[in-house]
Design a protein around this ligand. Structure first.
Ligand code: HDE
Length: 715
């Protein structure tokens, strides 16, 4: 038998089965009309859903063997089953997004928690308690779709709100400012950060010549560079990131009055990041770290949530600022305009199919609803074109809006017709307007509504003369350093050291001396001390200060810009690993587990082997094997061992490294007396974060940054 049927995967009997339904595929028709399709199938109709068919509904008799001319002969071209299957497979991939290719998505709900009709007529913000479905896609920017989750990179934070007045897409990032001011520079920025054109590497990394060459020559990027080199770009979890609309938008109320607005998403779990060493190690330990974390949290019912905040201000405020509110490289400090919370978004459902939803979702910053409008931010204006355009090349058709994840959940109808992959079947003759077909009793189709339709805000900007056609930037766009300095000075000492060290790391990968020197020369416009630290870290002379296009002004630091100053000491959403081995005390493990879970955290049991292990008080299964579950994957670690096992483990690299890394990444380590031998071997010294098991829940999962100077040389 094996000789006759060469392919021999595990399921041998199924391979040779000629029984329809030997495998039970799900019905493939997205509209669920399989029943009607098989109405003529006579007495076989009961198993219609189970029977494998081709894409035109023909039942397939054999899904294992292609049609051959003789047992040892060539495969026949007439095998339409094989040809269709392979044809479809050959085209399974669509072009990945040119940026933000790697992403993870989830469904959820948005609820208005504070009605603001005085500010906006946006339907979803009219009534407290009003809800609408949402779909969110988080992403990295630079890497390809198959790249890892934890490079140093900006994260996309794109939200599609399916409101009753149409889709509102808030396509933002986890950083409130951007690298460039004008859409004209976007292709250059992206080319510079992506893999270098000749060698095709590095993947998903900004630490290379071309990126820093571009940056050194584009001082407007310096504010964003401060953020990009901070811990914001190495988030612990997608659930623990802020989101920002970045651009200044407008709110417009029922009376037609307009105000400027900046959008913020504030994570209920707080903002948290990893350390760089940790992020690099996670990339190896779990390339899907963020995607898995999001999926598992939602799957377990721990629904991540964000509050939607708005900063609203008027033209008079805008005019008084030392920067231009249309410049996407600038933010508005929360101390100047507080963030008012108006809603909450909760992600409560994983996608059913990654491709159909997360891959095919198409966000358009041009998707806004009455009550919201654009500003003249030249970066935003460019985006209004780009996203519609890119969907045509990515999804292949102008009808991408008909894909379920993209279609609005309110009715939509117009006179647009046909096009590739048209799935709607419009009836009647009215495919033009004006028409008078209704007068003849026919369906004349929809009409525009001056009252309820979207009306663009009639902005009257006295600082602008629309009669002039200019390729220029407004005066204050030339201030490239004031807010970069404000951001740097707003950080804790430890965070400043992280920024300096990140710059040293990135520039150490740059091979062109003049590029390094130019970037450090730009840093001198931000902070002399920072520039000196980076130069010292690279062992280069402090280069000449680059000329600033406009003299920076001194701005008040803003505590809201620091992660560490706002870090809550919370267990919620955090993952704690407990290491155990043969003979460990099951009761002690269970007690700790309950304590962590009661505080809102989750526990992951790690042992040298995963199957049932004999412990004191019974057997216990581990969730992960020690070698495959390094401590970088957890927020804090605990260890409950026997003397004998601890001694044995102290000869195992994976065990020693487990503690060494947890200590090096400033995590809480809770341990029993037996574990001490392992801690000694790992060089772990007692401090406020290295505690007895009983003290663990009080200390929690916060990072012990004071330890860092002792374990790592920071710039
Ligand atoms: Fe994007 N950006 N972008 N971008 N962007 C895309 O659209 C573009 C910018 C952002 O999860 C692309 O559908 C231009 C700022 C996110 O599907 C593309 C400019 C911000 C996502 C595109 C910018 C973003 C994208 C690629 C400068 C933060 C992923 C595929 C004018 C406010 C959305 C796609 C998702 C994706 C163009 C600048 C965020 C090529 C031309 C600023 C989160 O159209």
């Amino acid at each position: 038998m094996a000789k006759k049927h060469a392919p021999s995967p595990a399921n041998d009997h199924a391979l040779h089965s000629h029984q329809p339904g030997a495998f039970r595929p799900a019905p493939t028709d997205p509209r669920g009309n399989g029943d009607e399709l098989h109405q003529d199938a006579g007495d076989q109709v009961e198993d219609a859903a189970a029977c494998l068919t081709d894409n035109f509904g023909h039942r397939i008799s054999d899904n294992q063997n292609s049609l051959r001319a003789g047992e040892r002969g060539p495969t026949l071209l007439e095998d339409f089953v094989l040809r269709e299957k392979i044809f479809h497979f050959d085209h399974e991939r669509i072009p990945e997004r040119i940026v933000h290719a790697r992403g993870s998505g989830a469904h959820g709900v948005f609820e208005c928690t504070k009605a603001i009709p005085g500010l906006t007529k946006a339907s979803i913000l009219q009534k407290e308690g009003a809800t609408c479905p949402v779909f969110v896609r988080f992403s990295t920017v630079a890497g390809g779709a198959g790249s890892v989750d934890t490079p140093r990179d900006v994260r996309g934070f794109a939200v599609k709100l399916y409101t009753e007045s149409g889709n509102w897409d808030l396509v933002g990032n986890n950083i409130p400012v951007f690298f460039i001011q004008d859409a004209m520079k976007f292709p250059d920025l992206v080319h510079s950060v992506k893999m270098e054109a000749d060698r095709g590497y590095p993947q998903a990394a900004s630490a290379h010549d071309t990126f820093w060459d571009f940056i050194g020559l584009m001082p407007e990027a310096m504010h964003m560079i401060m953020w990009a080199m901070s811990d914001r770009t190495i988030p612990r979890s997608l659930r623990m990131m802020e989101g920002f609309g970045v651009h200044t938008f407008r709110f417009v109320n029922e009376k037609g009055e307009g105000k400027f607005v900046k959008f913020h998403w504030k994570p209920v779990l707080g903002i948290q990041s990893t350390t760089w060493d940790e992020a690099v190690k996670i990339a190896g330990a779990d390339p899907d770290f963020h995607r898995r974390d999001l999926f598992e949290a939602i799957d377990a019912g721990d629904f991540p949530a964000w509050d939607l905040g708005v900063q609203v201000f008027d033209e008079a405020f805008a005019k008084k600022q030392p920067f231009d509110v249309l410049d996407a490289t600038k933010l508005i400090p929360e101390e100047d305009v507080p963030v008012e919370i108006v809603g909450r978004m909760t992600l409560n459902r994983n996608v059913d199919n990654f491709f159909a939803e997360t891959e095919q979702v198409a966000f358009l910053p041009s998707n806004i609803i009455p009550g919201i409008d654009f500003s003249n931010d030249p970066l935003l204006q460019g985006r209004l074109f780009s996203y519609l355009d890119t969907q045509k090349s990515r999804l292949g058709t102008t009808n991408f809006h008909q894909i379920p994840i993209n279609a609005p959940k309110c009715p939509f109808h117009n006179f647009q017709r046909d096009g590739m992959m048209q799935t709607l079947v419009p009836t009647g003759r009215a495919n033009y307007e004006p028409n008078s077909l209704a007068e003849a009793g026919e369906n004349g189709g929809p009409r525009a509504s001056a009252e309820t339709g979207f009306r663009t805000f009639e902005a009257n900007d006295e600082r602008n003369d629309p009669a002039q056609k200019l390729r220029t930037r407004a005066e204050l766009f030339a201030d490239h350093f004031s807010q970069a300095r404000m951001f740097y000075l707003s950080q804790t000492e430890n965070e400043q050291a992280h920024i300096a060290s990140a710059l040293v790391f990135e520039l150490s990968k740059v091979t062109l001396d003049h590029v390094r020197a130019r970037v450090v020369g730009q840093l001198r416009n931000i902070d002399e001390d920072l520039a000196k630290r980076v130069a010292a870290g690279l062992a280069i002379d402090l280069p000449t200060k680059e000329k600033a296009a406009r003299t920076p002004v001194e701005l008040k630091p803003s505590d809201a810009l620091s992660i560490q100053k706002n870090a809550d000491d919370m267990m919620e959403g955090r993952k704690v690993a407990i290491l155990f081995a043969e003979g460990s005390d099951k009761a002690a493990i269970n007690a700790l587990k309950s304590q962590v879970e009661d505080a809102g955290g989750s526990v992951f049991l790690v042992a040298p082997k995963v199957g049932g292990i004999k412990v004191k008080g019974g057997t216990l299964k581990a969730d992960g094997q020690l070698a495959g579950s390094p401590s970088v994957l957890f927020d804090a670690v605990a260890s409950i061992l026997t003397d004998e096992q601890a001694r044995a483990l102290s000869a195992q690299g994976a065990a020693v490294q487990w503690f060494m890394d947890a200590y090096g990444h400033c995590k809480t380590i809770a341990h029993d007396a037996a574990t001490q031998i392992l801690l000694d071997k790992a060089g772990v010294e007692r401090d406020g974060g290295v505690v007895a098991i009983e003290a663990f829940v009080d200390v929690g999962t916060r990072r012990h940054w004071a330890r860092e100077a002792a374990v790592r040389d920071l710039a």
